[in-house]
Design a protein around this ligand. Structure first.
Ligand code: NAP
Length: 289
């Protein structure tokens, strides 16, 4: 299988590239602003840029689209930039997939839901309450309606290995390892299902291999809020100096609304792949301390 990963310098894309390569697939991945080894340049917002890698010439069987503006609060106050980076960029991924006759994988989120009654299954009604969520849903719907056989994976609270170590778990681990004092003001009322990016790559691999399409929720069996997530990490660093302040979302005053009872149920995936085991956060933490 030949797979092109748009956004292989990021958390999900880099794990997909690494895992697919271990499975013998022929993978090329792109970066945009953060060059990484073994990645080519591609800007989805400037398809005629002469520096762009010739994706069409490479003729991938699959294009995995991991590019998006993922800072939810920034998106809320920069609506047109968010639209460009999420919806327009997906239109370009769709156009590339069409020209290559490749299947598209679109990565979406539990922010397409309102968080009133999560965790959610694939057929639950969407109702995004933030600009980021609205744009992710629009991009998801375009990916499905404009191409046949699109695979959409909805994910949330992703952690795992990445060069920049910018995910929530990695940042806390990094500060603990450096013996830096932490001040953590975190919401106790935002629930989600954390998932390891490596497991997303493993799940995507099987789904692609089996020619699956449509929407799949990819999540671990863990359901926790941000305070619990941070506390779990801190358990592994008994010497850590920290001030953990649990706050309500109302008091936190984030720019964008959050789906409070968010998170995803992976029942559809697990029914089709009953032997697939997701890693737990504890497994991951034990492997990196
Ligand atoms: N992380 C999560 O918890 C989470 C949760 C739900 C959904 N998702 C979704 O999962 C996908 C991947 O997220 P992630 O966490 O891996 O994000 P990430 O680490 O920020 O990676 C985003 C990737 O997109 C690339 N990119 C950005 N703008 C681009 C452009 N104009 N043209 C081409 N590439 C561009 C970035 O390249 P550079 O870094 O080189 O600029 C980077 O490789 C996103 O669609 C996100 O919405 C993530």
């Amino acid at each position: 299988m030949k797979v092109f990963i748009l956004g292989a310098s990021g958390l999900v894309g880099s794990n997909c590239q690494k895992y697919f390569e271990t499975q013998g697939w022929n993978v090329t991945g792109s970066y945009f602003s953060f060059p990484v080894p073994n990645a080519v340049y591609y800007n989805t917002l400037d398809p005629n840029n002469s520096k762009n890698y010739d994706i069409i010439g490479w003729k991938p069987d699959v294009i995995v689209h991991c590019g998006a503006l993922t800072n939810v609060d920034y998106c809320e106050t920069h609506e047109s930039e968010s639209y460009q980076q999420t919806v327009e960029s997906t239109k370009q991924a769709i156009s590339l997939a069409r020209q290559c006759q490749a299947r598209l994988v679109y990565i979406s989120t539990d922010y397409v839901f309102d968080g009133i009654s999560g965790p959610y299954r694939e057929n639950d009604a969407t109702n995004p309450i933030s600009i980021y969520g609205k744009h992710k849903l629009e991009a998801e719907q375009l990916s499905i309606s404009q191409l046949k056989d699109t695979l959409v994976l909805r994910i949330t609270n992703v952690y795992g290995d990445e060069i920049r170590g910018k995910n929530f778990v990695a940042r806390i681990v990094d500060q603990c390892k450096k013996n830096q004092a932490l001040t953590l003001k975190l919401p106790y009322d935002q629930y989600a299902t954390p998932v390891n990016a490596w497991d997303i790559a493993r799940a995507m691999f099987i789904l692609l291999q089996d020619q699956k399409h449509g929407i799949y929720h990819i999540a671990s069996t863990e359901y926790m809020n941000r305070v619990e997530l941070a506390s779990r990490i801190l358990l592994y660093f008994p010497q850590a100096q920290y001030d953990l302040q649990p706050l309500s979302t109302e008091n936190l005053k984030q720019q964008a609304a959050r789906p409070l009872n968010g998170g995803l149920l992976k029942i559809k995936f697990s029914n089709e792949y009953p032997n697939f085991l997701f890693n737990s956060l504890d497994n991951y933490l034990r492997s990196i301390i």
